[in-house]
Design a protein around this ligand. Structure first.
Ligand code: NAP
Length: 285
């Protein structure tokens, strides 16, 4: 995939860290394999990230409730993190109801950061969403914002990767906007990315030094939301029709034209085009 150079984003917080820690991270990341724990390592992005890092020779723990490791209850967490240099959090909440999702990301992130402190983890990487701060009418994005703030105010060095929507999420967008055989969506821009490209960027971030700021990640093209879903339904021979309706909400909240896309050029771009992914993942004509 194409990865364009990381740019310093304006206005993001920079923190001071002990020089010795940063020196250790430099030599560690350049010369050694690491123990890396992937929270949500059985999920869509998590499983791909686990494979990617294992292929690079790292010791990788795929952590999730189905593997006996739960970041909300703390089950198995201390043992999983013992001796780890890096934790990557790509978990997601089982319920997106306002209160439940907030409790998930707050409890999980607090537990992770506290356990990482005890274990001496040197880099916390988390996956968030481009435009989170513009989408706070949604309980889900308030929860993601709470997750980001806990990470930013913790003493653990971190990198937050904010990605746009995954190609694999387009079907859920369609379903959320469906009434009968009609799908009502606005033409607000989105810049979706395939989960493999997200995993590749996270793998490179995980083995690099902490940036102590956010990094935006997006797919190669900005495309109107209604058009993305139209192409998706057509490729899947789905009988539903997309009706462009600028007043239609996105998961219950209003969108502005650029709510879902990065400001300016994102620091990192996935190379895979939506049409290419559609051709290889949908039925042959
Ligand atoms: N979908 C998108 O378009 C998009 C865009 C940008 C960013 N993101 C972010 O990407 C992240 C991952 O999304 P995804 O779609 O890859 O997730 P996913 O496929 O739904 O996977 C969720 C993962 O979280 C794990 N998990 C659930 N509860 C847990 C707990 N208490 N402790 C530890 N792990 C737990 C699950 O484990 P089990 O398998 O054991 O249940 C699973 O491995 C999310 O934080 C989301 O905000 C998503």
């Amino acid at each position: 995939m194409t990865v364009i150079g990381i740019q310093q984003l304006p206005g993001k917080p920079k923190r001071d860290h002990p020089t010795s820690v940063m020196k250790n991270q430099t030599s560690e990341t350049k010369s050694k394999t690491m123990k890396i724990v992937i929270i949500g390592g059985t999920g869509l992005v998590g499983a791909k990230l686990v494979n990617n890092l294992r292929q690079q020779g790292h010791e990788v723990v795929a952590a999730s409730p189905s593997r006996g490791i739960n970041s909300v209850t703390g089950e198995g967490l201390a043992a999983a993190l013992a001796g780890a240099q890096v934790v990557v959090d790509v978990s997601n909440a089982p319920s997106w109801e306002d209160k439940a999702v907030l409790e998930f990301f707050e409890s999980s992130t607090r537990n992770l950061l506290a356990t990482e402190t005890v274990a001496g983890v040197r880099h916390h990487v988390a996956l968030s969403v481009v435009g989170t701060d513009r989408l706070l009418a949604s309980g889900y994005f308030r929860a993601k914002m709470a997750q980001e703030k806990l990470i930013q105010t913790s003493p653990i060095p971190y990198t937050i990767v904010r990605s746009t929507q995954f190609f694999e999420f387009v079907g859920s967008i369609a379903n959320s906007a469906t009434d009968g055989l009609s799908v009502r969506l606005p033409s607000a821009l989105m810049q979706p990315i395939v989960s493999d490209d997200v995993a590749a960027v996270l793998a490179s971030v995980a083995v690099a030094e902490p940036m102590n700021r956010m990094v935006d990640l997006a797919g190669p093209n900005a495309i109107p939301l209604d058009e993305v879903v139209r192409q998706f339904l057509k490729a899947n021979r789905d009988p539903r029709t997309v009706i462009t309706d600028e007043q239609s909400p996105y998961f219950g909240i209003p969108l502005k034209h650029r709510s879902l896309v990065p400001d300016g050029t994102p620091s990192r771009l996935g190379a895979t085009h939506f049409e290419t992914w559609l051709r290889r993942s949908t039925p042959n004509p």
